[in-house]
Design a binder for this molecule. Structure first.
Ligand code: ATP
Length: 336
């Protein structure tokens, strides 16, 4: 079966007064129907540029974008407009029409394609119900919270019945609790309507919460891609490691002693291992960080250990850990 989205050798450069900026360099990847695919990178990595290229809001300098096998780059404007209707988009700042009520915002895409006002209103109410906001149908965006505005934007996307939803930092302006509820809603529409979702974010937690696979962008280059579990367990590139470790300031300050990161499937599996490790070498280790995360629906644990100063013992402990079925990785890089 054709992938839902197939990007090949995508390049995008901008000419500016101070020279050429290469925002996307030879990027290739594909996304299957029904996936929730994450694109993650730090600020300026080229995420927005890439996502805008996917529906040709931004025209790539070279390369191809195929949606269900059809190369968008070759389509005349009229056909391209039609294809774009198949690709919904939500944004960090919601982009609602401020002079229209929630209901009229959701009616908008239906009015454009010529659905009667009465029919559009009826459908819009159904979409608002799906996103849990029917009682706010007559409110204006200024009367809604950020999470509610994003729900209206999602209802508006549903109104054009797309097969693809692009989310450009869609939860970046929201608090953690609201972020969680919006991600749940995105997951629901992915499941119930089979909509393929592309999530652009700088936050690893967002990717962990809902994505199946993820691509890491750095300075316009796709440096790593794989399942979310793979990235979490063994990030291969410096860029991926930085994202996995972002926000761990207490660990960044740890110099000198050797640090290892171990990942494991469930809590019960690591506790005896650490106890036995300490017993075997009669030397304590510091647990700097331990947490369990829900990744792709399964519990994944993560722990960062600070090993003893004595090099030989530290070395033996690493060997010991490697013999267990946990993921073991030494943190020999600058995680700052
Ligand atoms: N229209 C433009 N003209 C010139 N340069 C641009 C333009 N749009 C983006 N860029 C440059 O391309 C690079 C990638 O920007 P982009 O906005 O895609 O990154 P990003 O990963 O989305 O970052 P952020 O999360 O900060 O928005 C940056 O160096 C940016 O300055």
């Amino acid at each position: 079966m054709e992938p839902m989205i197939q990007v090949e050798n995508l390049c995008k450069s901008f000419s500016t007064k101070s020279g050429t900026v290469e925002a996307a360099r030879n990027i290739s990847f594909s996304i299957e129907k029904g996936e929730i695919f994450g694109i993650i990178g730090l600020s300026g990595a080229g995420k927005s540029t890439l996502v805008r290229c996917l529906n040709l809001l931004e025209r790539p300098t070279s390369g191809t974008i195929r949606i269900k096998g059809k190369n968008l780059m070759e389509l005349p404007e009229r056909k391209l407009r039609k294809e774009r209707q198949n690709i919904g988009m939500i944004f960090q700042h919601f982009n609602l029409l401020m002079q229209r009520t929630a209901l009229d915002n959701v009616c908008f895409p239906m009015e454009i394609v010529g659905i009667s006002k009465k029919e559009a209103r009826k459908k819009a109410l159904e979409y608002l119900k799906i996103v849990g906001l029917e009682e706010k149908a007559l409110s204006y965006p200024s009367q809604l919270s950020g999470g509610q505005k994003q729900r209206v934007a999602i209802a508006r996307v549903l109104a054009s019945d797309p097969e693809i939803l692009l989310c450009d930092e869609a939860t970046s302006a929201l608090d953690p609790q609201t972020t969680k509820s919006i991600l749940e809603l995105i997951r629901k529409i992915n499941k119930e309507y089979g909509i393929t979702v592309v999530v652009i974010t700088h936050e690893m937690s967002v990717v962990q919460e809902i994505c199946n696979r993820v691509a890491v962008l750095e300075r316009g280059v796709l440096v790593e891609s794989g399942t979310v579990e793979e990235l979490f367990r063994s990030p291969k590139t410096e860029a991926a490691r930085r994202l996995v470790f972002s926000g761990r300031t207490q660990i960044q300050e740890m110099n000198g002693r050797r640090l290892v990161r171990v990942t494991f499937k469930d809590r019960s599996s690591y506790e005896p291992v650490i106890a036995n490790l300490v017993l075997a070498y009669r030397t304590p280790v510091n647990i700097l960080y331990a947490d369990t995360k829900n990744i792709g629906g399964a519990a994944e644990g993560e722990m960062i250990l600070q090993l003893p100063e004595i090099e030989e013992t530290a070395e033996k402990m690493i060997e010991y850990l490697r013999e267990t079925n946990m993921g073991v990785e030494e943190l020999s890089f600058d995680v700052g």
